[in-house]
Each structure stands twice: as structure tokens, then as C-alpha cells.
Design a protein around this ligand. Structure first.
Ligand SMILES: CCCCCCCCCC(=O)SCCNC(=O)CCNC(=O)[C@H](O)C(C)(C)COP(=O)(O)OP(=O)(O)OC[C@H]1O[C@@H](n2cnc3c(N)ncnc32)[C@H](O)[C@@H]1OP(=O)(O)O
Length: 243
């Protein structure tokens, strides 16, 4: 088994093609993703617990045997349907303006969101210019038997690389993402990610990333993130106002 090749330590020098980003700017950009804050009250903690229970529910449904007890399956389908109706009858985010904590990706994202049952959830950590992450994908994410579906392999990269682009000094949207799946990504075991900006030109930032299982490289990716023209105009207007 090979080990993860350490990335060069770039904490004290910017890469060629990557302008140095002031620490306060980087911290502000990354604050929308990392570190994951503690729940801001009992309601949010309960919501996270509900999402975790829903993850277990989804995996259990995925694994329920159609050759088993059909009556029992019909009965729990009724129960789950009732539960879904009970949850839908609770106060909903559809009924009020979301606050800052509701809007955080830590909270709502389908990859890292503690309140989103679709999220494994991935855990993110900023390490100088590099973003590190890890996740365990359960049976609900199965594509090839025992392996993670390729769409989720790519989605996980998009999330980690979307965070890493903060190393460019401003945030854009994924314009393209190329993922090279060298080995299957396993279910039920920790998958590690690392991503960093490699080049910045104007409002374009290129990001590369790698994923590892048991220390073995399973996939790598390259993506281009582009700050939308409309936001660049807003940035310029703000800068002109501050001048
Ligand atoms: C904004 C903060 C958001 C932070 C959250 C990050 C979320 C994490 C990442 C995501 O998942 S984002 C969701 C998935 N991505 C999208 O939905 C993006 C959909 N596409 C768009 O909205 C626009 O096409 C885009 C913002 C990417 C670019 O539109 P613009 O009108 O601002 O740019 P324009 O078309 O003028 O192109 C600007 C430059 O980028 C280049 N470019 C744009 N799209 C490209 C592409 N796909 N491939 C290669 N180059 C591309 C384009 O050639 C040009 O290069 P040059 O300046 O050198 O001429």
C-alpha cells in the first residue's frame, strides 16, 4: 500500500501563478465553509440529530430486502409516510427568511451540510493553502457494487475544490470539472481529500484535487472556477466606493 505523498509546504510562499491572498481575506472567504461551527442552539442541534437519523433511515431503506416480509415493509412505509407528514407540519424554512446559520454550507449543503440528510456529511479543514476533507459514504451512495457512484465521486470533488478556490482570493462558480477515476472509491471507509489553487488569471482560478482511501490514490481532479461577470462588476463598484 502506498502512502499519501505530502504536498509541498506552500504556507510561507505563494505558488507561481497564485497571487498571495491576505490572511484576513482568506479567513473571511473560508468562513462560509470552515471550521464547522457548533450548533447555535437546541433547535439546530435537534435538527442535526434528525438529519443523522434520516441518513440511517435512507441507508436502511436502501438495504431493505424485497425478498423479506412484504407486510412489514408496507407497515414501515406507512410509518415513514406519517413521519414525513409530521416533519412537514413543523415550522419550516419555507415560512421565514433564513438567517446566516441556515445559509451556511455546513448546515445546508448536500455534501457537508449537518442538517442535510443527503450529505455523508464530509468534514472540511483548512490547512494553509490546502483544503483537506474526509468522508465515509454509506450504502445509499452505491454505484458499482460496494463502490461509490461516479456522480458522487465528482460531487465530492466539486465541494472540496469549491472551498479550495478561496485560495484565489475570491469565489467563483465551477465552469468545468474533470475527474480521473483511477480506482473505485470504496463505501464504508474513510476517503481523504486534498485540494488547492494552482493558477489564477483575472476572475479564473484553476484548482486541483486528489482523493485517497487507505492511503492509496483513488481519483484526482482539475477544475476551473470563474467569478461571474455580474459579481465582478459588483466587486469593482464596491472597490470604487471604498476608494
Ligand atoms: C459566486 C460564489 C459562489 C460560491 C459557491 C461555490 C459553489 C461550489 C461550486 C459549484 O458547485 S457552482 C455550481 C455549478 N456551476 C454552475 O452552475 C456554473 C454555471 N455557469 C455559469 O454561471 C457561467 O457560465 C460562469 C459563471 C461559469 C461564467 O459566466 P460569465 O458570463 O461570468 O463568464 P464568461 O462567459 O464571460 O467567461 C469568462 C471567462 O471564463 C471562460 N470560461 C467560462 N466558462 C468556461 C468553461 N466552461 N470552460 C472554460 N472556460 C470557460 C471564458 O472563456 C472566459 O475566458 P476569457 O476571459 O479568457 O475570455
Amino acid at each position: 500500500m502506498s502512502t499519501i505523498e505530502p504536498l509541498p509546504d506552500k504556507s510561507s510562499e505563494a505558488s507561481p501563478g497564485v497571487p498571495e491572498v491576505p490572511a484576513d481575506v482568506l479567513a473571511e472567504l473560508r468562513s462560509t465553509w470552515t471550521p464547522r461551527p457548533a450548533p447555535d442552539g437546541p433547535g439546530r442541534a435537534a435538527r442535526h440529530r434528525l438529519a443523522e437519523a434520516a441518513r440511517r433511515l435512507v441507508e436502511a431503506v436502501k438495504l431493505a430486502d424485497a425478498e423479506g416480509d412484504a407486510d412489514a415493509l408496507q407497515s414501515v412505509a406507512d410509518d415513514v409516510s406519517d413521519l414525513a407528514a409530521r416533519i412537514a407540519a413543523l415550522p419550516s424554512l419555507r415560512d421565514r427568511e433564513p438567517n446566516l446559520a441556515d445559509l451556511q454550507l455546513h448546515e445546508r449543503s448536500p455534501l457537508v451540510g449537518a442538517a442535510n440528510p443527503l450529505a455523508p456529511p464530509m468534514e472540511l479543514e483548512a490547512d494553509g493553502p490546502v483544503i483537506r476533507a474526509h468522508a465515509v459514504f454509506n450504502a445509499a451512495y452505491e454505484g458499482p457494487l460496494g463502490r461509490v457512484h461516479g456522480g458522487y465521486v465528482a460531487a465530492a470533488f466539486d465541494e472540496v475544490m469549491g472551498v479550495a478556490q478561496s485560495g484565489s482570493g475570491r469565489l467563483g462558480m465551477t465552469a468545468y470539472l474533470t475527474v480521473r477515476m483511477k480506482r473505485s472509491t470504496p463505501l464504508h471507509e474513510r476517503v481523504d481529500y486534498e485540494a488547492e489553487v494552482t493558477r489564477v488569471e483575472g476572475r479564473k482560478a484553476w484548482v486541483t484535487a486528489r482523493s485517497y482511501a487507505g492511503g492509496v490514490l483513488v481519483a484526482d481532479a482539475e477544475g476551473l472556477f470563474v467569478r461571474p461577470r455580474a459579481l465582478v462588476l459588483q466587486d469593482e463598484a464596491r472597490a470604487a466606493g471604498e476608494a
